[in-house]
Ligand binder design. Sequence first.
Ligand code: HEM
Length: 146
Amino acid sequence: MEYAVLVIIHVLLAIIIIGGILIGRTAIIPFAGKSGNADFAFNFDKAFSRGSHAALTIQFLVGFRLAMLQLSMGDWFTFESSMSVSIVAKLALWVLLFAWTIIGKKMKLNDPETADLSGLKKYYNVLTIFALALLFFGLNMRLALV
Ligand code: HEM
């Protein structure tokens, strides 16, 4: 029962996090550029960023617990199975994603006062790479591609 609840929470949060990043990059930012309405994209980012650190932290804790249920912690860093590779990759990617949200803010890439749409685009390009990599390694745990 614990496992099922955790997987449901993890997948729901993955949809929100990955979905928000991809929609931002593929629909919101291009639309804002074409319609000359940069504020539209900056407002989307403002709404999406609210509570994002809380959501990422919950996702980390749930993922950590799922990883404990899948593989004993002593085997996490053996790289002997797809599960081990994926767990290490996801731990690293999560740290990078979280750090980038802080770095991007410090660089003011998503600040409408100082950044233009190209800064926001750069910010979302990097987020997209991390989101797709997290999706890949999430699915790799079942599909055993690498
Ligand atoms: C933003 C961060 C994360 C995202 C977007 C994410 C996304 C995903 C996705 C899409 C799946 C596939 C679900 C399925 O096949 O049913 C998954 C599974 C999984 N994730 Fe994450 N994940 C994140 C962080 C983490 C972290 C930090 C860990 C801890 C190492 C983790 C551990 C797991 C485990 C163990 C599974 C396999 C669950 C199972 O099917 O038994 N995840 N994740």
